[in-house]
Design a protein around this ligand. Sequence first.
Ligand code: NAG
Ligand code: NAG
Ligand code: NAG
Length: 163
Amino acid sequence: IIYQVSPKVEFTNIKCTSLDLSFSSFDYCHIKAVNRSFKYLSLKVKLHKVPITKIKVNIAVLKRFNGYRPFMYNVTVDACRFIRNPKSNPVFSYLYSLFKTYSNMNHTCPYNHDLIVEKLNTQFVNNQVTAVLPVPEGDYIFETNWFAENIQRAVVRVYGTLS
Ligand SMILES: *[C@@H]1O[C@H](CO)[C@@H](O)[C@H](O)[C@H]1NC(C)=O
Ligand SMILES: *[C@@H]1O[C@H](CO)[C@@H](O)[C@H](O)[C@H]1NC(C)=O
Ligand SMILES: *[C@@H]1O[C@H](CO)[C@@H](O)[C@H](O)[C@H]1NC(C)=O
């Protein structure tokens, strides 16, 4: 007997926006479908003013009702402090775990190289999401806002569905 486990998480779109092209720019930002049940996303942001020593990251989840509304999570951390002590913020730690192992960000500050998230796949995200809490079905946005020296520099929004 072959059990086919279909993923519950789907990526539907990704939008990467640099708010200051002299600071950072995206080389790529896309979703690829390997087959019907296996999709992954990748992005690469070039940093033009390294080293970066002060980073703030906000992660918020939005869910579609009539239009997208904030849903459950909206947390901001000082990334340099957080990465030295991930246990200091369990909620952010959980949200970060959705992409951490597919990125090259998981080291202490400063950051003096381009940042990537490479081939983060739906099955991995699905396992992380459903392992913790049951999450209601629907359309979601996973929004990340990136600040350096207290100025917002970039926004990455991943659109997905849970079914
Ligand atoms: C889809 O691609 C993934 C990754 O290459 C593979 O593990 C999986 O078996 C494929 N599924 C089907 C239905 O072909
Ligand atoms: C998250 O909270 C911040 C601070 O209160 C707010 O400015 C921001 O708009 C919120 N994000 C979302 C997606 O609602
Ligand atoms: C990076 O991730 C690993 C595995 O999740 C973790 O053990 C480690 O403490 C993290 N931080 C750094 C700075 O490597």
